[in-house]
Every structure is written in C-alpha cells, then in structure tokens.
Design a protein around this ligand. Sequence first.
Ligand SMILES: CC(C)(COP(=O)(O)OP(=O)(O)OC[C@H]1O[C@@H](n2cnc3c(N)ncnc32)[C@H](O)[C@@H]1OP(=O)(O)O)[C@@H](O)C(=O)NCCC(=O)NCCS
Length: 312
Amino acid sequence: MANFVVERKSPQELTQEDIETLVKWTTDAGWDPHVRPSDISHMYGGPPYLNAKIFFGFLDGKRIGHVALITVGNSTDVMEYITMFIMDKPLRGKGYGLKIWNAMWECRDTSANTYLDAVTKMSSNYESMGLNIVEWDNREYIIPLSAIAVKYKMTERIGNVLTKPLSEVELDKIVEYDAMVYGIRRPVLIKKWTAVPESFTWVGVNEKGDVVGCITIREGADKQDAIVGPLFSDNLEIAKKLMYIAAQTMSSQTSSKNLRILMCVQTRESNAIQMIESDFGVKCCANFLRMCSKKSKVDISKIISIHSLGYG
Ligand SMILES: CC(C)(COP(=O)(O)OP(=O)(O)OC[C@H]1O[C@@H](n2cnc3c(N)ncnc32)[C@H](O)[C@@H]1OP(=O)(O)O)[C@@H](O)C(=O)NCCC(=O)NCCS
C-alpha cells in the first residue's frame, strides 16, 4: 500500500530540493511569469525569515504537493495568508491535495483572519472551508510599457508628489504606509519583498515627506512581462505617476515589453480598473478572488494592485 505523509517545515528547514520541486510545479502550472525561481528561493530562504508553516505531501518518499501558511502581525492582530496550494500534475484529483490542505488548516490560528487569492474554480471549495467573505475581485491586465510612457508622461510634472527610489526612503516609512493600507504591520514581508532580486521599488512622497504611495515591479520569468505588485496609493494621480516611473525603469533596464498588473476592483466610482480600461483599451485577462475568514481592516481604496500571486 502506498505510504502518504505530510511533513511540516519552517523556511529555515527547507532544502534546495524542496525549492526546486516547488519551482518546477509552479512553472508546469503556468504560474510563471508571476513566480520566478529566484522569488521562491528569496522569499523562503535566508534571513529575515517569514513566519511561515510550509507543508509538503510525500507519496512513497516523493514530494507530490505543497501549501504554505504565512503569518503576519502580532499577538493581538494576526492575518494568515494561504499560498501556493499546488499538486504535481499527474497526482491531482486523487484526494492528496485536500489531505495536505487539511494538515495546514489544522495549524491555523483560529483567531486570525485567514485569507487567500483564489482561482475562481476553487472558490466554492474555499468557501465551504470557511473562507466565505469575498473581499474583492482581482483582475489582471497586460499593458504595453510604450503605451504607459506616452499616456502617463504628463504625470511627471503634476502635483507636489515626488517619486523616489527605495534607496532614498527609510524602509520604516514604507512599512508604516503598508500598515495603514493593510491594517496590520508586515515589516519582514516588506523587507523581503523590496529586496527581491531584480526588482525596483519607487515611493511617492509628498511635500511633508510623508509616503503617499509605493510600487514594486520586477521582471517576470518570461522576461517579456514586468510584474507589478503591490501598487498602493492615496489616489489615482499618484498611481499613474508610479506606473509611469516603473514603466520607464523596466524599459530602460530590462527586456520587458509589457506591464502585468493584478488590479483590485474597488468600490469607489472612479476606480483604477476604469482608468486602465479607458486609458489603454485593455481587457482583463484573468481574475482571482480575495477570500477571507473575517472582514479585514484593509483600506481597499488605496490598493491599486495586490502584491502579486503567491505573496499576499
Ligand atoms: C488545487 C489542487 C492543489 C487540488 O489538489 P488535488 O489533489 O487535485 O485535489 P483533491 O484530489 O485532494 O480533491 C479532492 C476533493 O476535495 C476538493 N478539494 C480540494 N482542495 C480543497 C480545499 N482546499 N478545500 C475544499 N475542498 C477541496 C476537490 O474539489 C475534490 O472534490 P470533488 O471530489 O468533489 O471534486 C490541484 O488541483 C492543483 O495543483 N491545481 C493547480 C494549481 C491550483 O489551481 N491551485 C489552487 C490555487 S487557488
């Protein structure tokens, strides 16, 4: 009889083989260009370590599936993000994925707000598990960098907000801005995320020196699409300014041709989705649902784009 076990690890305990297997599965599943091998090894490996519980299913000693639970916040206010729920293709549909998920589910902090970004075909499954609050819909768009350069060029001169590279802004200020948007402090995640290899972070700063927006962009695995995430901003003008500088950076420093952005459908009337669709004539190419166990304190009006698939 086949021997199936689920092993729980911390990021410190991951082996090179664990990471390489995960990279192979995500690539096979078409999660690239979002998920690059270097992103996985950077986010999971090396200090500062994320507070993550990582679950691998083994069948007769061979890895067959994975899911992870990443905890942010402090003892009184916790959010847990479920990420990279994935099975080796030939072994899908045999009941193993649910077993790996259940091992993770038992280790949740039940007082926390547990959430994930779901492919729509899995959403009813997650709902039955208790992730029954759909906070928002994420829609993905692909926009030529050259079109952004033309359309948003005028934003360079508008308003009193300067766009500064990460090196000119204290990281703590970005952590505080992120906390204002997310309703929870995520210093380790921000520290790791802004240091992802070949990524660029630009920050919008007003006259008083306050952070009013930020964007991180990195080259996708296919080297054609630059991946945005997150893009947080106080308003749409600042969002355009940040998209412009990010597009300029990627055009001049990489081979990327397009910008890929997972936009959050906002409730306010003049929202970012309308802006993108009318400014560039693009249509959504994929969508995901942000599903939670509790209503979060996230200020959705400031989220133009979420981090990107896999990183909350
Ligand atoms: C999603 C995935 C990990 C599920 O693993 P799997 O081994 O194929 O799923 P199982 O065989 O264990 O599923 C058994 C049953 O439990 C359900 N199930 C699986 N995971 C579940 C979950 N997390 N919660 C509730 N139900 C679940 C399945 O729908 C299935 O129900 P059915 O028998 O009525 O069809 C796998 O299909 C996969 O790798 N898909 C591609 C990657 C992906 O889309 N990941 C999800 C991103 S949000």
